[in-house]
Ligand binder design. Structure first.
Ligand SMILES: NC(=O)c1ccc[n+]([C@@H]2O[C@H](COP(=O)([O-])OP(=O)(O)OC[C@H]3O[C@@H](n4cnc5c(N)ncnc54)[C@H](O)[C@@H]3O)[C@@H](O)[C@H]2O)c1
Length: 374
């Protein structure tokens, strides 16, 4: 291994923009992108030109033969994750795999097994864990500032059109509305992974069961979207619970540098609360300090005193920089990077339990009853 970790990026679709940017010199990751691979030649050339990458491939097997690559970031659609991860590990590369890691638990197990056999680093890229207001919230919870969380409300709004947002091509959405590639659940299965991950991160006990409801909205005139939705998460301790509720709007007067959506997270503890307005979008950026609150993090402690930290970085793209840094540093320090695959498997199990609930008249489903598929 040289001075810098040499990274290869596999899959140069919509989300690759933020992965590529994370490796820009100003982020000081002590790593460099040495090779890229995508079957789309036009996109391959575009990225090669912009990031000055010499080694370009349209075929994964050729890409993995490049001995200059120490580690691979896999950013292809989820139904390819197991095949791509196993190939990369067997080729001797450390792997950072975008969520959702796999569509079934047995596929997830195959990747975990291969990582064990090869002794290489394998982690799931879950950038919401590295969003600074959420990192600060975890610190406050660990310091017992609000007591044990008793209720988490994770609110989200999604808009077909907003005042500004990323262009996302129909191709990027198309595979997400198929059963084989994403269980026809573009928000609930795909984006939901982050939400289950954050909720389970803040509670100190595993999610016991889920109850999931979904409606339906037609977007872009052709796509059946899986929103609105409301998910309830329960715990062994019946006095505690969490919800994730999402609405879908034809238009919302919001600016976003990324997807046309934003989040509002509230964590109520035994004797205090934490409020985090904003995450993916910029809805709260221009809001003043009064309710619903300026982007950042606000909390009330046991003595009833309010606090705010508006210096945390609230740009969603920064969570990609932090999450990429975690991978690079873990390789250097020879430790397991976050999110470790065993925990990622449990988050996947929650995702699959939610699908089973949706498909069984919104019945309560125990997470441990999911053995492989929804
Ligand atoms: N962390 C996040 O917030 C976040 C956000 C968006 C997407 N994602 C995840 O990232 C992954 C990719 O999502 P996306 O929105 O960028 O998808 P996308 O459809 O825009 O891009 C996928 C890319 O993979 C390429 N590809 C497909 N098969 C290939 C193959 N066999 N070899 C080489 N290249 C191949 C496609 O040509 C395309 O460029 C998904 O698993 C998704 O869940 C995560």
């Amino acid at each position: 291994m040289g001075d810098k970790i040499r990274v290869g990026i596999l899959g140069l679709g919509r989300i690759s923009t933020l992965h590529l940017q994370a490796y820009k010199p100003e982020n000081k990751l002590n790593a460099e992108i040495v090779a890229i691979c995508d079957k789309n030649k036009k996109r391959l050339k575009e990225v090669a030109d912009e990031y000055n990458v010499e080694n370009t491939y349209t075929n994964i097997d050729e890409f993995l033969k490049n001995s200059k690559i120490d580690a691979v970031e896999i950013l292809t659609p989820h139904h390819l994750h197991t095949e791509h991860t196993i190939k990369a590990l067997k080729a001797g590369k450390h792997v950072s795999l975008q969520k959702i890691p796999a569509l079934t638990l047995s596929d997830m197990d195959k990747m975990i097994e291969t990582a064990k056999e090869t002794g290489l680093k394998f982690r799931i890229f879950e950038n919401f864990r590295f969003y600074e207001p959420y990192m600060k919230a975890k610190e406050l919870i660990d310091q017992n500032i609000i007591g044990k969380p008793v209720k988490i409300d994770y609110q989200m709004l999604s808009a077909e059109k907003s005042l500004s947002s990323w262009p996302v091509s129909l191709k990027t959405w198309q595979w997400r509305i198929t059963e084989k590639e994403n269980y026809r659940l573009p928000t609930i299965f795909d984006d939901g992974y982050h939400k289950h991950s954050i909720i389970s991160h803040f509670f100190d006990e595993p999610v016991k069961s889920v109850i999931a409801w979904q409606g339906k909205t037609k977007v872009m005139k052709v796509l059946d979207w899986d929103l609105p939705a409301n998910i309830i998460y329960t715990f062994k301790d019946k006095s505690r619970f969490a919800t994730w509720s999402v609405s879908m709007h034809k238009f919302f007067p919001m600016h976003s540098k990324y997807y046309g959506c934003d989040e509002y997270l509230t964590i109520f503890g035994d004797y205090g609360a934490i409020y985090i307005p904003g995450c993916t979008g910029s809805l709260y950026e221009t809001c003043d300090n009064s309710a619903p609150g300026k982007a950042g993090i606000h909390w009330i402690d046991k003595e009833g005193k309010w606090h705010s930290d508006l210096d945390v970085n609230t740009d969603w793209a920064n969570s990609f920089v932090n999450c990429s840094r975690e991978f690079i540093e873990a390789i250097r320090e020879d430790r397991q990077p976050e999110v470790n695959p065993v925990e990622a498997r449990y988050i996947l199990q929650i995702s699959l339990a939610i699908i089973r609930s949706l498909r069984n008249d919104f019945r309560e489903i125990k997470v441990k009853d999911i053995k492989d598929k929804p």
